[in-house]
Structure formats: structure tokens, C-alpha cells
Design a protein around this ligand. Structure first.
Ligand code: SAM
Ligand code: SF4
Length: 357
């Protein structure tokens, strides 16, 4: 049994961190997430030969998007957060899809910020609508922001994301810093043959801009299911490549459940993080749950099962006791660890955009 009043799983991990995808829509088609472009077709072809999935029909969406009626309302999201907060969750990350495409996102942020026990409220974005919304998000109570930036080369950025948006993201990163949405973290998913030649340049960017650059291993969560181990540049290799140019010194973990290993970079105060879920799983200290845009709880990014919260949220089911009991029951089924490296591992049907990274 879990301890009354908290969300504790069967391995005695206490859940403190809830990540919420508020939309499965996106205005990018990153090759590692929603690869639905000719560029992605061309990129994956050479190592795609043995892949199980056929190539998508050009122009056809290969990721089925949920109907709007299936997406949780802000009211439902706030209800889940309040109940989770009453059970000890104190960290909320809003993500997607692209969360800034959801109309009224500032109002959602403001309602979450009003919940006293939430001490860390952050958002992950591709940066395209950030310039327009940043000030209001800050005013609404957003604590910090993570922006995605996989390339510093305009053409490569476009090849990876499908959008000519490098300048917008760079401006967004600078705006986030100037608004004090700190620490500003910048995520780069590293894929062999696509942007691994930019690792050192991205590290240099962290030093020049005073942001925390986080290098992430490519995970098997792309909508096309084209992921293959050959695409993954391991965390160890990423560190080696940075170290060939700049000294890296390990830093102590900020908290035990941290996903990234932290390193100080060069001689100053710059920092990089390396997130290596494929080659160095950190499941033993995982304290996270995820709520998908359509109201499912996922106990692990790579879970095969999702737990539908909608029946506890629908009208006529106004008692929070049901929701508390349901969450506590779900948490007990949290996996001990992911099985990406097992030969019989099957990629989940849900993509990163629906789950929320
Ligand atoms: N659209 C926003 C963005 O891109 O920042 C938020 C959602 S996105 C799913 C959250 C994070 O997940 C991004 O930093 C993205 O790079 C990362 N991501 C997406 N697919 C991934 C994959 N297959 N492997 C590793 N990271 C991935
Ligand atoms: Fe969109 Fe983010 Fe996925 Fe890229 S990683 S396709 S920006 S949801």
C-alpha cells in the first residue's frame, strides 16, 4: 500500500514531478518526434531498410491527432494538478506538442502558479510563439523555461524541425534570460549523421550565452517508429566530443531524481547536462508521472499501458476521493525501469508529442 497522503510506488519512489502535455498539436515536424516531411524520409532511408513501418504516404499525417473533444480542458487539468499537489507533487512542467499553440495558456499558468504547494513551474517550448507570449507567461507566474535548439546552422535547423525558425529560437532564448525565467535550459536531441557534428558548437553556445545546454539521446518515441540504435549518440560519446575541445568537470546532482548528469564546462560558470536514458537509464530515482493531452496517466515515458483519468474527471464524478484513489492505484503500477535495451522491447504507440517530453 502506498503511504496515505503521498503518491508512492511499489519501489518506494515518491512522486513529486508531474509533466503535462496540454496539446498534441505542433507547428514543427522534428525528425525525432513527428517526422512527416520529405527531409525525414530522406534522412531515415539509409538505416530504415529493416524498419518495421512502411514509409508514410507523402502529404498524409502519420501521427493521428486526437480530436479536440478528447483533449483535457484547463478545468480538468487544474483539478488533476490540485489533487496531485495534495498528494505531494510540487513540480509541474507544461509541455506538448507545442504548448504555446494552446489558446489561453497564460491563464493555465496563472491558475497553477496560484497553487501554494507548487514550487517549481516550468514549460518546454520550441520557441516560435514565445516572443509574443513570454512577458505574459512571466507575469502569470511561470518560473522557468526550457527551449529546444538542435542546431545552430540555419539549414540544418530547418532540416531537423521542418521550419526556418533558428533566429526566432535564438531571440527567444535571449528574451527568456532577460525576463529572468532562469535557469534557462536549452535542449538538443543529438542524432548521428544529423547534428552530432554540432555538439562542440552547441557547447560553446552554452558558454557564450550563459544557458544550460542539455544534450539528449534520441529515444524511441518518434511517430514514425524509425528509431534505431545506430541513430543514438551515447551520452558518453557526447561528453568525449565536448571534452576534446573544452574541459568538463562533473557537478553534484541538484537533486537525486535529476534526469541529466551535470557538468561544468570550460573555466567559467557554464554548465551542460547530458540526458542519457538509452545508455545510462536513471529509472531507479525517477519521481515523475506524465499526463497526456487526452487525459491518460503514463507511469513511464516508455510504458506500454496508459491509465485513463477521464472517467474520474467527467461530470457526475465530482468527488476528489475517487481521483486520489485512482492516482494512488496507478502509481503502484509504475515500472521498476524501462526496457528499451531488451530484445523484445516494443515502442509505445503514443508519440512524444502526445505524452509530453
Ligand atoms: N514542442 C516543445 C519542444 O519541442 O520543446 C515541447 C514538447 S517536446 C516533445 C519536449 C522535448 O522532447 C523537446 O526538447 C524535444 O527535443 C524532446 N524530444 C522529442 N522527441 C524526442 C525523442 N524521440 N528523443 C529524445 N527527445 C525527444
Ligand atoms: Fe513539435 Fe516539440 Fe515534437 Fe519538435 S519536439 S515536433 S517542436 S512537439
Amino acid at each position: 500500500m502506498s503511504h496515505p497522503g503521498v503518491l508512492q510506488d511499489s519501489y518506494k519512489r515518491v512522486i513529486r514531478d508531474l509533466r503535462i502535455s496540454i496539446t498534441d498539436r505542433c507547428n514543427f515536424n522534428c525528425v525525432y518526434c513527428l517526422p512527416d516531411t520529405e527531409e525525414a524520409d530522406n534522412f531515415f532511408k539509409p538505416i530504415d531498410q529493416g524498419a518495421k513501418k512502411p514509409s508514410p504516404v507523402p502529404g498524409k499525417l502519420i501521427y493521428p491527432r486526437k480530436r479536440r473533444s478528447q483533449i483535457l480542458t484547463f478545468e480538468e487539468i487544474i483539478r488533476v494538478i490540485r489533487v496531485a499537489a495534495s498528494l505531494g507533487v510540487n513540480k509541474i512542467r507544461i509541455t506538448g506538442g507545442e504548448p504555446l499553440l494552446r489558446r489561453g495558456v497564460e491563464s493555465l499558468i496563472s491558475q497553477i502558479a496560484d497553487i501554494d504547494s507548487i514550487c517549481d513551474l516550468s514549460l518546454t517550448t520550441n520557441g516560435t510563439h514565445f516572443l509574443r507570449l513570454a512577458k505574459n507567461l512571466k507575469k502569470a507566474g511561470l518560473g522557468r523555461v526550457t527551449l529546444s535548439l538542435d542546431s545552430l546552422d540555419r539549414d540544418n535547423f530547418k532540416k531537423i524541425t521542418s521550419r526556418d525558425g533558428l533566429d526566432e529560437v535564438l531571440e527567444s532564448i535571449r528574451l527568456a534570460k532577460s525576463l529572468g525565467l532562469a535557469p534557462v535550459k536549452v535542449n538538443a536531441v543529438i542524432i548521428r549523421g544529423l547534428n552530432d557534428h554540432e555538439i562542440v558548437r552547441l557547447a560553446r553556445f552554452a558558454m557564450d550565452e550563459g544557458v544550460i545546454m542539455r544534450f539528449i539521446e534520441f529515444m524511441p518515441l518518434d511517430s514514425r517508429q524509425a528509431w534505431q540504435r545506430d541513430h543514438v549518440v551515447s551520452g558518453a560519446e557526447i561528453a568525449e566530443r565536448i571534452q576534446s575541445k573544452y574541459p568538463l568537470t562533473p557537478l553534484p546532482a541538484g537533486n537525486p531524481s535529476e534526469t541529466s548528469t551535470r557538468w561544468s564546462l570550460g573555466q567559467g560558470t557554464a554548465e551542460v547536462g547530458i540526458i542519457a536514458p538509452v545508455t545510462q537509464p536513471f529509472c531507479g530515482s525517477c519521481n515523475r508521472l506524465r499526463l497526456t493531452a487526452d487525459g491518460k496517466i503514463r507511469t513511464c515515458l516508455f510504458s506500454q499501458h496508459e491509465h485513463d483519468l477521464k472517467p474520474c474527471l467527467s461530470h457526475g464524478s465530482d468527488s476528489n476521493e475517487d481521483l486520489v484513489a485512482r492516482l494512488q492505484q496507478i502509481v503502484l503500477s509504475k515500472e521498476q525501469g524501462h526496457r528499451i535495451s531488451e530484445p523484445d522491447y516494443v515502442q509505445p504507440a503514443s508519440t512524444m508529442s502526445l505524452i509530453g517530453g
